[in-house]
Design a protein around this ligand. Structure first.
Ligand code: SAH
Length: 369
């Protein structure tokens, strides 16, 4: 079949420059017979200046812009809603090219400015206390869609030229979408773009062990957070089903082997569920499991949501749990839940209305992918 791209400049067959890392963009330009260095100019426009209209990239000649517009476009997720919490947290619902929606969150002053981004539409991990887990997996996000959330957030919060942190703690399991997540981090790290240092990025995972082993070899190494949530195999399997395949024991073993920079530590996240995993015995077991590791513990009192069968423990129970860890010389923090009034807190991300699918439709999509 003959390609119709040149006859129809507006056709969706144009290549999306937002999906290309710098070497790929250079190759795409070279294949048109253009100079590779224009890729750096385009990166500057798209990432640093937040401009995605090729016509506005005024340091490229007019004829070049016209030619690029025939072959390329830059897709940016569209803001469908932008809710602000009383605490300054903002939740953006973003629409992707295929009409699917994801959520991304801006958390100010933690003390850094932090963007919480998604790596998948939905999630396949089905942790018992997480609303995203109830959606099932709809699809992986592309690298351009993951990095695109950061571009949109940086523009919306006017932080394009200021430092910010990125946490991969939105919807989805980053190590279940390994290639695209890592490519997005490379694109965000690009010095002609936003130049985000990997030290400012934290990847949070349920602990897919082969993914962790791959991550250990990466030249661009983000900080690591492990969603532990339980101290026995049995309890972890019931709360975090992937534990059936990647046991607590094998996960902790992989963490012990994980290469850490001199002063860095692994963060262990632990959701506190009232009367389930928040007893003094649980705390003592947790301290024992992590003894000798370069670890810090981040306790997350459950953010309740309709459809989630667990309860948030009282502040006294949270405090007692934290104290037992602190008494054993562990670094422990309690995550303040931000943006609960707009359902932007951990585990509360789900796309309501719009393109929401029934469980059956989601399953059908999952089977097709
Ligand atoms: N899939 C990744 C990133 C997801 S969310 C992971 O599991 O780490 C980031 C954190 O929020 C995880 O530790 C997750 O377990 C936690 N979380 C999920 N639902 C929650 C809820 N209802 N309340 C509090 N934390 C929750």
């Amino acid at each position: 079949m003959i390609s119709r791209a040149s006859e129809a400049p507006q056709s969706p067959s144009r290549i999306d420059l937002a999906e290309l890392d710098l070497p790929e963009m250079e190759a795409a330009l070279a294949s048109l017979g253009e100079q590779a260095f224009h890729a750096r100019q385009i990166y500057r426009w798209v990432y640093r200046r937040g401009v995605d209209d090729i016509a506005q990239m005024t340091d490229l000649s007019r004829p070049l812009r016209a030619r690029l517009q025939e072959e390329f476009a830059v897709f940016t997720p569209r803001i469908r809603s932008d809710q602000r919490s009383t605490d300054g947290t903002r939740k953006l619902v973003l629409e992707l090219a295929d009409g699917r929606q994801i959520e991304s969150v801006f958390i100010p002053d933690t003390p850094a400015m932090t963007f919480c981004v998604s790596t998948q539409v939905g999630c396949a991990m089905s942790c018992g206390f997480c609303l995203t887990g109830k959606m099932g997996l709809v699809r992986n996000l592309t690298a351009g869609e993951i990095a695109g959330q950061v571009r949109v957030l940086a523009r919306a919060t006017e932080l394009l030229d200021k430092p910010f942190n990125i946490v991969l703690m939105g919807m989805g399991e980053p190590l279940h979408n390994y290639e695209n997540t890592m490519k997005a981090l490379r694109m965000l790290h690009q010095e002609h773009g936003l130049a985000v240092s990997p030290r400012r990025v934290t990847l949070s995972t349920v602990g897919i062990v082969p993914g962790l082993e791959r991550l250990a070899e990466e030249p661009l190494m983000p900080n690591l957070a492990i969603s532990l949530h339980a101290t026995t195999e049995e309890q972890r399997t019931s709360l975090v089903p992937p534990n059936r395949k990647y046991s607590l024991e094998s996960l902790l073993e992989a963490c012990r082997r994980f290469p850490l920079k001199k002063r860095s530590r692994i963060t262990f996240e632990y959701v506190l569920l009232d009367g389930v995993n928040d007893s003094p015995d649980d705390a003592r077991r947790l301290a024992k499991l992590l003894a000798g590791m370069k670890a810090k513990v981040n306790l997350i009192p459950l953010n309740p949501a309709p459809g989630i069968e667990f309860e948030r423990p009282s502040d006294e129970r949270v405090e007692r749990f934290a104290q037992i860890l602190a008494d054993r010389h562990m670094t422990v923090s309690v995550r303040k839940s931000r943006g609960r009034d707009i359902r932007a807190a951990c585990g509360q991300l789900i796309v309501e209305g719009g393109t929401k699918k029934s469980a059956g439709q989601q399953m059908a999509l999952l089977l097709r992918s």
